[in-house]
Design a protein around this ligand. Structure first.
Ligand code: 4AD
Length: 457
């Protein structure tokens, strides 16, 4: 009751407080500052001292409130996740004490901006780390505030920037193809169909075909766009909507394509690793991680089949040995990648298990100029290939797959007006982040995951 009477007033004789963000707190030490943020953690020490770890998205700042400052009603009822404003000077913590950045804000005035509830509706009750994963997904808008989720999303932002920097620095142009389309790229079974003003249309599975149309005007191009797959299976690496980093390059050989993929993965990892703040977050989440400097393993599909058989890994459906022509499912692929424990460029898949646009090799018409990049703990993160560039061969490929060439007239035109050998690839951003952060599932590696049974929040 007494506390309701304690009213704080800012001391007008103090220097005017400059508003800063926590990322600038080191350079603002020993001047009077004002910081807005959310109460990440709080700890009361006796009756006259309270510690708050404040979070503003740019960092964490320990704040110490003493005496009257922690006697107010707001102080006594303060809850985690309340938005507050704190004023004071940032001082190095005394020797032997630890705090983020080795300093703390010694508060001289503060107030609440937006209070969070306590009791049954408290943040801790809504977001309990022990909760069932589906419950946490339902509360994902709150889960995002946690250390782990926010670090992953920040790493993701840096990774996406690194991809852009990598491509821009290597002479590619970025393009933004449409997501509403009338053609399939990766097989009809995973198409999301919708009504487009009375016509049948789909959410795109890949921007590849559009990237190919850009080559004669812009040369090498890339995009970071959403792709959609109506995946019926619930796995740790499949989403219904994912961010797809795709690139397409003219006048290259299949070997150039493999080198390009390897250089991109290494280049992007080096870029994010070179940023101290990003490196610190990655190390926190994935202590063993470091950039991979050795050449990636290059292995043909046929060798992978032999590896599976030599290592006693059998087909799930009949317990028999794998045979040439079999699709290598997720589990055996993972087993192989985790055992070899190195990035693997797996190449030369048989035509029938791959997409219509992949060309057969000259030496062996049974296999195609195709590649998957497999990473330990995740499996496939990149899929790519050369593209059939002869008009009649492409037409035959459409017919083989039962696709109507008429709707692909614009794609076939590329083979008519100055065709050229070219290739490209697609990388799933969530899988790449799962690899870097050692996340169990890609569902943690995007803002609001979409998969069978979930389209919320
Ligand atoms: O292997 P995919 O299907 O290849 C393509 O779409 C090509 N058209 C790309 C190209 O050559 N431009 O998909 C490429 C990558 C996969 O390696 C995987 O990382 C990711 O996209 N991916 C998915 N990520 C999350 N959820 C899904 N359902 C995914 N499907 C593919």
């Amino acid at each position: 009751e007494e506390s309701k009477k304690v009213v704080l007033v800012e001391d007008a004789s103090l220097a005017v407080a400059q508003q800063i963000r926590i990322q600038d707190s080191v350079k603002s030490r020993n001047t009077r500052v004002k910081v807005f943020g959310w109460v990440h953690r709080q700890r009361v020490q006796g009756k006259d001292m309270m510690f708050i770890v404040l979070r503003d998205g740019t960092g964490y700042l320990q704040c110490v409130l003493t005496d009257r400052l922690c006697h107010t009603y707001d102080a006594l009822t303060l809850t985690v996740e309340s938005a507050i404003a704190v004023y004071g000077e940032i001082k190095e913590v005394p020797a032997g004490k630890t705090a983020p950045d080795g300093h703390e804000l010694v508060v001289d005035y503060w107030h609440v901006v937006g209070k969070a509830p306590g009791g049954d509706d408290s943040f801790a009750n809504r977001v309990n780390e022990e909760s069932d994963p589906s419950l946490l997904l339902q509360q994902r808008h709150l889960v995002l505030r946690g250390d782990r989720a926010s670090s992953i999303l920040k790493i993701r932002a840096r990774v996406m920037r690194a991809f852009r920097d990598h491509f821009d620095g290597n002479g590619y142009f970025e393009v933004t193809p449409p997501c509403m389309v009338q053609t399939e790229v990766e097989g009809g079974s995973t198409l999301f169909e919708f009504n487009y003003y009375g016509e049948k249309a789909y959410l795109t599975q890949s921007s590849q075909l559009y990237l190919e149309t850009c080559l004669p005007s812009m040369g090498a191009v890339y995009t970071l766009s959403e792709s959609y797959r109506a995946e019926k299976s619930n796995t740790r690496r499949h989403l219904s909507e994912y961010t797809h980093c795709e690139a397409e390059i003219p006048f290259i050989s299949f070997n150039d394509l493999l080198d390009t993929i390897e250089a991109m993965v290494k280049g992007v990892v080096n870029r994010v690793w070179d940023e101290p703040a990003t490196r610190a977050m990655i190390t926190q989440l994935n202590p063993g991680f470091k950039p991979y400097t050795e050449p990636f393993v290059r292995m043909r599909y046929e060798e992978a089949i032999k590896w599976l058989n030599d290592n006693g890994i059998k087909r799930a459906e009949d317990g028999k040995d794998f045979e040439f022509g079999d699709d290598i499912p997720e589990a055996p692929e993972r087993k192989m990648t985790d055992t070899i424990n190195k990035p693997i460029l797996l190449t030369h898949f048989p035509g029938p298990i791959k997409a219509f646009y992949m060309p057969a090799t000259k030496e062996d018409p049974r296999v195609t100029e195709s590649v998957d990049l497999l990473m330990p703990n995740v499996g496939e993160v990149v899929g790519g290939s050369m593209r059939i560039w002869d008009h009649d061969q492409l037409l035959a490929a459409f017919q083989r797959q039962g696709l109507n060439p008429d709707v692909y007239y614009w794609y076939l035109d590329q083979r008519k007006y100055g065709t050229c050998p070219h290739g490209g690839f697609g990388l799933g951003i969530e899988r790449f982040i799962a690899w870097i952060t050692n996340s169990h599932t890609v569902r943690e590696c995007c803002l609001y995951p979409r998969f069978v049974g979930r389209c919320q929040p």
